[in-house]
Design a protein around this ligand. Structure first.
Ligand code: RTP
Ligand code: MG
Length: 147
């Protein structure tokens, strides 16, 4: 089953949106595999956003992600990587449609509430970067036969 890495960023944690984000994924029918509230080190933030190292906003991005705790999660489900990106909405909340997380709550591109892996390769890399194997739970969700 496909897995993806989802994170409520510091703005989402501060604004009390952890529950809403978790609820959207739960109601969609996805399965929570692992979760933790953590204050991110600079090293982890730089590794997570390594693809943006050369971008002009890289420093600001790392400052933001390390500015307060984030809620890091691994979710599992059919086609979850692409669907989670749709549920999040466009990177810039001004372009994100109502009904998406960023469209409903985001104000600017720097503070856009959530992160989600953008491809199977990113998901694999990010899950390994943020979670120990022992932090990922393998369990049956009996309701899965209904979805
Ligand atoms: P994320 O990685 O956080 O899930 O966001 P994303 O895939 O939708 O967007 P990405 O291109 O990977 O950009 C990563 C984060 O960098 C910030 N950003 N700032 N100032 C800017 O022009 C700018 N562009 C991107 C955003 O916070 C974005 O989420
Ligand atoms: Mg990205």
């Amino acid at each position: 089953m496909e897995k993806t890495f989802i994170m409520v960023k510091p703005d989402g944690v501060q604004r009390g949106l952890i529950g809403d984000v978790v609820s959207r994924f739960e109601k969609k029918g996805y399965q929570l595999v692992g979760a933790k509230l953590i204050t991110v080190s600079r090293d982890l933030a730089e590794q997570h956003y390594a693809e943006h190292k050369e971008k002009p906003f890289f420093g600001e991005l790392v400052d933001f992600i390390t500015s307060g705790p984030v809620f890091a999660m691994v979710w599992q489900g059919q086609n979850i990587i692409a669907t989670a990106r749709q549920m999040m909405g466009k990177t810039n909340p001004s372009d994100a449609l109502p009904g998406t997380i960023r469209g409903d709550y985001g104000v600017n591109v720097s503070m856009n509430i959530v992160h989600g892996s953008d491809s199977p390769e990113s998901a694999e890399r990010e899950i390994a970067l943020w979670f120990e194997k022992s932090e990922l739970n393998n369990y049956e969700k009996t309701i899965n036969r209904w979805i």
